[in-house]
Design a protein around this ligand. Structure first.
Ligand SMILES: [Zn+2]
Length: 730
């Protein structure tokens, strides 16, 4: 089955001889993997694995040995680097079969099968720390030099059809065989090897309810074979496409983008609260024409109930999604949350029954019973995960599952994985062990934290501090450029994660930048609505934005500047709290608000009427909001003093005027940083601790006050001022 490159219509042919020619054999495997993973029609994020058997020099004996290089546990074909591949001595790996055969009870799902995974480590070549995956025998036991195992939509469509065996024959002739569904492991490797022994002409196999595996002795040939098999399946599906009759035809119409977003900003916080009663979730809204065609269709309800088929898909999407039969043309917006509430109750009880019916005596405890995928006619797909990356992956997987269903229903009848098999994957003890090995979740994991003023100074330092705690950080600032710079730094430090999904702003990573002027209520509302569309809701808000207009020697500033000072320092935080209140109440999840005030708020002195009194107002706002927003939201104030370092409040002019005011000698030619150090040192000497107050000190307190460590503290102002006895609160 050799196809010419230009004949591929349903896969992207990306092999470049010039690139491949410059690579060593392991890098060629990495290259092949990356270009396979780059096409979602070939495999999903994190799905599939590839291998090459490569001759290498054994560091101990100096002799040439055969080494199996195979994609290891975790990782993803598209983004894999050399470090994601495990390497095993082929002879040692093959010797494991005798250990397996010695077991009294062997076969799929036996104790010996699960214990093989730990044995792979003993066969490691070259001290490679990459852990081998459960799919290793699928590669090691096949007597060809190169193997690709992928999860292509078109191949899974065949594998998830009722008459999958006959379809395999029909589509591929005798070139590709078929093996029934079996949970991956050592035994499946043996099954595949046996199929090949029986029929040495096979170039690959359709793995029932799972995907495709194929092989060749040349790596480029293996790549091209993978593509041509997927292309053949896709062509067959295309010939049978049902067009307008797909999914039984259309039942509902989509809302337009404006109507949809309006409904989503109302709905998402409520929905997030409903699915988060056990664990907080982060949302991704995914709306494509194909998703809409599905959710609006006659068959959506029936097909959703069958669930996803490929085990890789359903580990994220769960056994099935929640489909809500809401008529976007006739039913009211108000009736949607009610329908969702009822649908969720039914879903949770179904999930409990599924667990009870399928559990084994040693099964792990029942997990969160809430759906991770919610389908709403007219609107699209909403996915939930423990973080943005996971919720994007979930959205990606269900949208791939939709394609599988569309294709399967075009050529046959779609069928899901049997419930017990699904359960045995979901609650596999090896999966549970993997979950248990994961580090504990960080303080702000599953949280969306909005930092207003994140473009500079304390806000920027705070954004960095909370990102370290696993927060999804909304960097909001008057200056969009400054906000973007902070968000970019965070994205570079923490990565954007995996998963290709999300519509508009919902396709974001764990940090976003938004412009906001906190003196404008509409602007604040729009900013928060964007946060809701991006992540599904809002948790903590930390407001560090503030303004200091330098007054004259008597402490006066023009009236308009007085008004601006109050608008930013006192009214702004109120607007933010008042706008966020609606979202927080809809969510019903406990959270916190921090307002940065100032030590000046408590110290009456000469020289800055507007700033000091506006900050005093902010202090009292903290107390009143604490009452107003209880019991859902804790509200506390952070009162910094004299943070000179990196502060937008201390431009060169202000530093010079302060140095002059305090009779500190300086030279006009000195750098701003050096002038700031002088002023910081002077301020430090006025404090009880005699230490300069840094941005990191402020960020630490903003973090702590927002965190569960201060969960019993509200309505308080905490000073971080090095110890100014004049600012002691009474
Ligand atoms: Zn697989």
């Amino acid at each position: 089955m050799t196809m010419k490159i230009q004949e591929f219509e349903h896969v992207n042919y990306l092999w470049d001889d010039h690139v491949a020619g410059q690579l060593d054999p392991v890098e060629r495997l990495r290259y092949r993997s990356n270009i396979l993973g780059a096409d979602q029609r070939i495999t999903n994020t994190g799905g599939g694995n590839t291998s090459s058997k490569i001759k290498m020099t054994d560091p101990l004996s100096g002799e040439e040995v055969d080494v199996l290089w195979v994609k290891g546990s975790g990782g993803d074909l598209r983004t894999s680097t050399r470090a994601n591949f495990a390497s095993l001595y082929m002879d040692k790996f093959l010797s494991l079969e005798s250990i397996y055969n010695k077991a009294e009870v062997k076969g799929v799902k036996t104790e010996i099968e699960d214990s093989m995974v730990d044995m792979y480590r003993h066969t490691t070549f070259g001290l490679n720390p990459a852990a081998s995956s459960i799919d290793t025998p699928l590669h090691g036991l096949i007597p060809f030099r190169h193997v690709d195992h992928t999860h292509p939509i078109s191949a899974i469509a065949i594998a998830a059809s009722k008459d999958q065996e006959q379809l395999t024959q029909k589509v591929f002739g005798g070139e590709v065989g078929w093996v029934p569904w079996q949970r991956p492991g050592f035994d499946l490797g043996l099954v595949i090897r046996d199929a090949l022994k029986k029929n040495p002409k096979l170039k690959g196999l359709i793995m029932g309810q799972h995907g495709l595996i194929n092989w060749a002795d040349d790596d480029k040939a293996c790549y091209e074979l993978t593509l041509s098999l997927i292309e053949s399946a896709a062509l067959y599906i295309k010939q049978h496409d049902k067009g307008k009759k797909t999914f039984g035809g259309q039942k509902y119409k989509s809302l337009n983008e404006e109507e949809r977003n309006k409904l989503l900003v109302q709905l998402l916080p409520k929905l997030r609260g409903m699915v988060s009663q056990k664990n907080r979730f982060i949302g991704t809204v995914h709306v494509t024409d194909k998703v809409l065609q599905f959710v609006n269709s006659v068959d959506a309800e029936r097909l959703a109930e069958i669930g996803t088929s490929c085990p890789d898909h359903f580990l994220r999407t769960k056994i099935k999604p929640l489909y809500v039969d809401w008529n976007p043309q006739k039913d009211s917006a108000e009736s949607l949350p009610e329908k969702l509430e009822a649908g969720l109750a039914e879903y949770r009880s179904d999930y409990a029954s599924y667990y009870e019916a399928c559990k084994h005596p040693n099964s792990p405890a029942r997990r969160d019973p809430n759906p991770t995928v919610i389908l709403i006619p007219g609107l699209g797909l909403i996915a939930w995960g423990k973080n943005k990356s996971e919720s994007r992956v979930t959205a990606e997987f269900y949208s791939l599952a939709i394609e599988v269903m569309r294709s399967s229903e075009a050529i046959s009848e779609y069928q899901g994985l049997p419930r017990q098999e699904a359960f045995d994957i979901e609650y596999w003890l090896l999966e549970e062990a993997k979950l248990k090995r994961m580090p504990p979740e960080k303080e702000f994991a599953r949280n969306v934290v909005v930092v207003i003023g994140a473009g500079s100074g304390i806000g920027k330092a705070t954004a960095h501090r909370i990102a370290k705690e696993g927060a999804h950080v909304v960097c909001a600032d008057l200056s969009e450029d400054a906000a973007q710079a902070t968000a970019k730094e965070l994205a570079e430090m923490y990565g954007v994660g995996i998963g290709v999904a999300g519509t508009g702003i919902s396709g974001c990573g764990s940090a976003i930048a938004l412009a906001v002027d906190i003196t404008k209520r509409e602007g604040i509302r729009a900013m928060l609505e964007n946060v809701v569309l991006a992540y599904g809701g809002v948790d903590n808000i930390i407001i560090t934005a503030g303004i200091f207009v330098p007054p004259d020697k008597q402490g006066y500033i023009p009236d308009d500047k007085w008004a601006l000072t109050y608008a930013v320092n006192a009214t702004g935080p109120f607007f933010v709290a008042d706008e966020a209140k609606k979202i927080w109440q809809a969510q019903g999840l406990k959270t916190s608000l921090i307002i940065a005030t100032s030590a000046n708020a408590a110290v009456a002195k000469q020289g800055s009427f507007a700033y000091d009194t506006s900050k005093a107002a902010a202090n009292h706002l903290v107390r009143e909001l604490a009452i107003e927003l209880s019991p859902l939201v804790r509200v506390n104030g952070l009162a910094p003093a004299t943070v000179v370092e990196g502060s937008s409040m201390f431009p060169r002019d202000r530093v010079i005027s302060s140095l002059t005011k305090y009779n500190i000698s300086f030279d006009e030619s000195e750098s701003t940083e050096s002038l700031r150090d002088k002023l910081a040192e002077f301020y430090a000497q006025r404090t009880l601790t005699k230490s300069p107050v840094t941005l990191a000190d402020q960020a630490e307190m903003a973090y702590l006050l927002s965190s569960s460590k201060f969960s019993k503290t509200t309505g308080q102002i905490i000073t971080v001022d090095g110890g100014l006895h004049e600012a002691f609160l009474r």
